[in-house]
Design a protein around this ligand. Structure first.
Ligand SMILES: NC(=O)c1ccc[n+]([C@@H]2O[C@H](COP(=O)([O-])OP(=O)(O)OC[C@H]3O[C@@H](n4cnc5c(N)ncnc54)[C@H](OP(=O)(O)O)[C@@H]3O)[C@@H](O)[C@H]2O)c1
Length: 240
């Protein structure tokens, strides 16, 4: 029977590359994203189902879950997230709510709502974290806090869901060449210099590519004896 996959943030970057690879492996793929035009374009390009969902909106997350009610789901990739870098002194209470709603509560609500569907297949969840959890970065405390939460809830859920055979793991990328760099709040003119500086700190001396991360996500989803694991895919940064 054809396997079924849901990839959040599948309209861009790592999520798009993951959805593409799963589709190539003959999964029936649904992607979601916030931007309706980009979701429609990506869904048509990939030949998958596209659903407009703001992961920070609890009602819309429930509507996404409803599409899978009583249906089997083999893999869930919690990839959608926001990242904006700013000094802690500039973080407002609205920023705290936005970051935690999109990056932590949304994925947790999705996992909770989709668990019955994942139980039907003894399915697999990969949650996308970040190298900032293990390597501190100035101005990234709020983003890092949300990704730290993703890593810790994943380990707990791996134990909690093991009796049902549902696996929960994490892929934690380092710097990857995707549109996210333009969403960090950096001055566009500064981006080439920032990238070049970052590259000089990466042992492999380059950013990763979205399809390199997608390949690891799919390998992790299909790694049937792996649960509660955090796979760091960062060009060697974690070894420094
Ligand atoms: N690229 C890196 O260097 C890097 C490093 C470490 C970790 N990561 C993580 O990798 C994941 C993918 O990032 P990326 O680099 O591929 O960035 P990206 O190209 O900007 O993709 C981010 C995706 O998340 C979606 N998204 C953001 N907010 C959303 C919301 N409220 N509701 C639904 N979807 C939302 C975006 O959809 P819309 O466009 O529709 O908003 C987009 O599809 C993220 O979890 C990120 O934290 C990336």
């Amino acid at each position: 029977m054809q396997k079924v996959a849901l990839v959040t943030g599948g309209n861009s970057g790592i999520g798009f590359a993951t959805a593409k690879l799963l589709k190539e492996k003959n999964y029936a793929v649904t992607i979601c994203g916030r931007d309706a035009a980009r979701v429609a374009q990506a869904a048509s390009e990939l030949g998958v189902v596209g659903v407009v969902t703001d992961m920070g909106n609890a009602e819309q997350v429930q509507q996404l879950i409803a599409q899978f009610t009583d249906k089997p789901l083999d893999v869930l990739v919690n990839n959608a997230a926001i990242a904006r870098f700013m000094p802690l002194g500039f973080c407002t209470s609205e920023d705290f709510d936005e970051f935690f709603n999109i990056n932590v509560r949304g994925p947790l609500d999705l996992i909770k709502g989709l668990l019955p569907s994942l139980e039907k297949t003894r399915g697999s969840i990969t949650n996308v974290s970040s190298a900032v959890v293990s390597n501190g970065l100035a101005n990234a405390a709020l983003y890092a806090a949300t990704k730290g939460a993703v890593e810790s809830f994943s380990k707990s859920l791996a134990i909690e869901f093991a009796p049902q055979g549902v696996r929960v793991n994490v892929v934690a990328p380092g710097a990857v060449d995707t549109p996210i760099i333009h969403k960090l709040g950096l001055d566009e003119a500064m981006i080439p210099a920032v990238k070049s500086h970052m590259e000089s700190t990466i042992p492999l001396r380059r950013f990763g590519k979205a399809d390199e991360i997608a390949a690891v996500i799919v390998a992790q989803l299909e790694s049937t004896y792996t649960t509660g694991a955090i796979w760091r895919v960062d060009g060697g940064v974690d070894a420094c």
